[in-house]
Ligand binder design. Structure first.
Ligand code: SF4
Length: 329
């Protein structure tokens, strides 16, 4: 057994200072990190407990009408917060689609941002080939069981997907991630927070060493009237998405004036369906238009055998999610 040291940080500055060496990781709810440690996938030399840092466990209103959700807010508390439910029902739905009630009670918003892929080969150290776990070792999923893997934005190094539901909704809402680090504070646009695998699948995000997530900031609510989170999975609860869709619309009568559509379960990061959004904007909501627009979302898709079905499933999920968001019966 490897020795691990532990430090409880009193404030953000102390946490960041304690994380200035390789192998030091922050621990909040620990729901993913402890799994990774028990399986020998993550081997930190030191855990910095951030759960006692004041001010990171609250939801507050921003001057522009948006919301700030602290990084230590539990997923269940965020999902059930009156402001989140009333102003960002898409996000509340996504939270409640994730994991189990017990896990949502423990998991934090910051930890959810940092969730690692659920690729079987990444978690099973009996398989030596995994570029994400051991850079340069290969990818067992390419020729292996790849039913849950990516169809968009993958590389020849890794075809893993991001497992979070929350992240898909935050991509559609164009949230901001606030971080604090050795060089001060900065704000990361949500689209820039998670990475595609490229040549460095070991990196999931654009966080720099020692940076601590402090909050997720939501822009003013524009989509409370017309949004829907659809998660397609193998069983009704406690399962990761095969495909999910966060759909957020602004409507003028039956005409879509703004469309935001993000997909989960299809890529290494939440995947914005830009061409689909553009085609829908200014169009009356109809099933025929939705089907044409959904096809654009997967025009560059590539599948690997077991996950061929996702190309059709993603289109059908987009049609259903947007139709539901827009009130099309
Ligand atoms: Fe590893 Fe990525 Fe390949 Fe899975 S898909 S085995 S995480 S390199």
């Amino acid at each position: 057994m490897d020795a691990i040291s532990y430090e409880r940080a009193a404030d953000a500055g102390a946490a960041i200072k304690a994380a200035q060496q390789p192998g030091v990781v922050f621990i909040g709810g620990g729901t993913n990190l402890l799994d990774l440690m028990k399986g020998g996938v993550a081997k930190p030399v030191k855990l910095v407990d951030i759960t006692h840092i004041a001010g990171l466990d609250t939801v507050s209103e921003l001057p522009d009408g948006g919301l700030r959700i602290g990084a230590l807010v539990r997923n269940s508390d965020a999902a059930n917060h009156a402001w989140v439910r009333g102003r960002y029902p898409l996000l509340s739905e996504a939270f409640l689609a994730g994991a189990s009630a017990q896990l949502r009670n423990m998991a934090t918003v910051g930890g959810n941002l940092m969730q690692r892929t659920r690729c079987y080969y990444f978690y099973d150290t009996g398989f030596p080939q995994c570029n994400k776990r051991s850079p340069g070792s290969g990818c067992a999923a390419m020729e292996g069981n790849n039913r849950i893997h990516a169809i968009l934005g993958a590389s020849n190094q890794c075809i893993a997907t991001n497992p979070s539901d929350m992240n898909v909704a935050l991509a559609a809402l164009e949230a901001l991630v606030r971080v604090s680090g050795p060089k001060g504070e900065r704000v990361i646009a949500f689209a820039e927070f998670h990475r595609l695998p490229g040549d460095h699948p070991e990196l999931d995000t654009t966080l720099q060493p020692g940076e601590l997530i402090t909050s997720v900031d939501l822009p003013p609510p524009l989509f409370a009237q017309h949004s829907h989170y659809l998660k397609v999975r193998d069983r009704a609860s406690y399962a990761f998405a095969l495909v999910s869709v966060a759909a957020a619309l602004q409507m003028d009568g039956n005409t879509i004036t703004t469309a935001r559509i993000a997909l989960g379960g299809v890529a290494h990061k939440p995947w914005r369906a830009g061409p689909t959004e553009q085609m829908l904007t200014g169009q009356p909501l109809s099933r025929a238009t939705l089907q044409q627009a959904a096809a654009l979302a997967v025009r560059d898709a590539k599948s690997y055998g077991d996950n061929d079905f996702k190309i059709e499933l993603a289109q059908r999920a987009i049609v259903r999610a947007v139709a539901t968001a827009g009130g099309l019966t």
